[in-house]
Design a protein. Structure first.
Length: 434
């Protein structure tokens, strides 16, 4: 089954509205109770939920990674598809959990990259591990290739000495980004955005017209299409794939891509993600002893936050973004509901997001969900809604299998013998209890 975890973000300080509306304890690390005093007249004082683990407000980023993501990487190295995604209302800590900040506050994405290359180094005597990266966002119903930002970065880095001054500006902006990777102020992000694409236009990062300009003039963003291969694997057509020979390359893909991610300030979040992002790590493992090769895919998904329009006070472009975000998250909720109820028809095709997550929900994948909740009592309804979604995810059954690639005859024969042995063992067990 899909494993589901809950993370409670620390409440804002010196704010009377931020009285904690939920309770959890180290004695019962799998249980969380939400108190809804607004429904006291109806007797609905509390809602109790049970998950694989509830992380309280003092949980470190390393603890989150070790529980939610690290086992996924081990599966991926062994040839399985895996997915970890963060879900919750805007401002509840999804991007902090997935991307994080510098030092000990690094999130799952940078920690995953570091762990993969450390594992590759440790196992280098018995196997060869190769890594490739892609990075996309879903913004206003379109799939945009954030990986192309890295190609632009490499192209500019190889330019002649005549462009050294402009490169220095761009590299200086990149150092702040950490303004990209670690999401700092709006001004810094816009500055880094302009240098990253090589045009000092002054247009905000979240401007739809700006994206369209680069689609037409520079072809850096495209509305990519989703396809499905003969084996039922869903993929994004013609997306940029970068061979990552080191963790520095893999992290730079994130840094450069996040400079172009659509973000904007709302009344609920100073740096609100206005798109869903999917950071994909493909791991090809070749075993020197058996000659066999397996390939695993790890999707690290940072979903945009669902938001109540009255509370976020979104207008014009922000409202259009919010409506699109809520629509795609509603489609995701319908898929989860259909899977948890055992329906025959699953509405994966209702949105781009659900199509991309199709293999991760009910398909060939190990999947973990990190549901993030906000402690403010004014958000109690959103908190309950998030936990109800997460609770339904626990009922989803996936069917992960190893993805073998180009096996040698000897490796294939060995695998056949292993499968025959497994079948014989199962027959013996059935006969014993039959």
């Amino acid at each position: 089954n899909v494993k589901v975890y809950v993370r409670a973000r620390p409440p804002a300080q010196d704010n009377d509205q931020n009285r904690e509306c939920y309770q959890a304890s180290k004695e019962q690390p799998q249980r969380i109770t939400v108190c809804d005093k607004s429904k006291a007249a109806y007797g609905e004082l509390s809602h109790a939920f049970q998950f694989d683990r509830v992380f309280w407000t003092d949980t470190t980023q390393i603890d989150i990674f070790n529980t939610v993501c690290k086992p996924q990487i081990d599966h991926c190295i062994n040839g399985y598809n895996c997915c970890s995604f963060a879900y919750g209302q805007t401002g509840s800590g999804k991007t902090y959990s997935m991307i994080g900040e510098g030092g000990m506050k690094r999130g799952m994405v940078p920690l995953a990259v570091e762990y993969i290359f450390l594992a590759a180094e440790k196992r280098s005597r018995t196997m060869k591990i190769q890594v490739s990266i892609s990075f996309i966002e879903i913004y206003l119903g379109k799939i945009r290739d954030l990986g192309k930002a890295y190609l632009k970065y490499v192209e500019d880095a190889n330019n002649s000495e005549d462009n050294k001054s402009s490169r220095s500006k761009r590299d200086n902006a990149r150092e702040k980004s950490t303004s990209a990777l670690y999401l700092k102020s709006k001004r810094e992000r816009e500055e880094a955005f302009r240098y990253a694409i090589g045009h000092d236009t002054g247009t905000p990062i979240d401007s739809k017209e700006h994206f369209e300009h680069f689609e037409v003039k520079d072809d850096r963003f495209m509305d990519h299409e989703i396809r499905e291969d003969a084996n039922g694997n869903v993929f994004v057509k013609d997306v940029t794939t970068i061979q990552a020979s080191s963790k520095e390359v893999a992290l730079t893909v994130v840094t450069e891509g996040l400079k172009l991610r659509a973000t904007h300030e709302t009344s609920m979040n100073a740096v609100s993600s206005r798109s869903h992002t999917v950071y994909t790590i493909n791991i090809t493992t070749s075993d020197f002893l058996t000659g066999g090769t397996v390939v695993g895919k790890l999707n690290l998904v940072d979903l945009a936050g669902n938001e109540r329009l009255k509370k976020s006070k979104s207008e014009d472009m922000r409202m259009r973004e919010a409506v699109d975000i809520n629509s795609s998250l509603t489609a995701l909720g319908k898929v989860v509901l259909a899977l948890s109820a055992g329906h025959e028809h699953i509405p994966y095709r209702d949105s781009q997001l659900t199509r991309i997550l199709q293999n991760s929900l009910g398909g060939n994948s190990y999947t973990t969900v990190l549901a993030t909740v906000h402690p403010a009592s004014i958000y109690v309804e959103e908190c309950i809604s998030t936990l109800q979604f997460a609770n339904r995810c626990r009922s989803i059954q996936n069917h992960p299998r190893v993805n073998y690639v180009d096996q040698t005859k000897e490796a294939a024969e060995k695998r056949i013998q292993e499968l025959i042995a497994e079948v014989n063992d199962l027959r013996r067990r059935l006969a014993k209890y039959g």
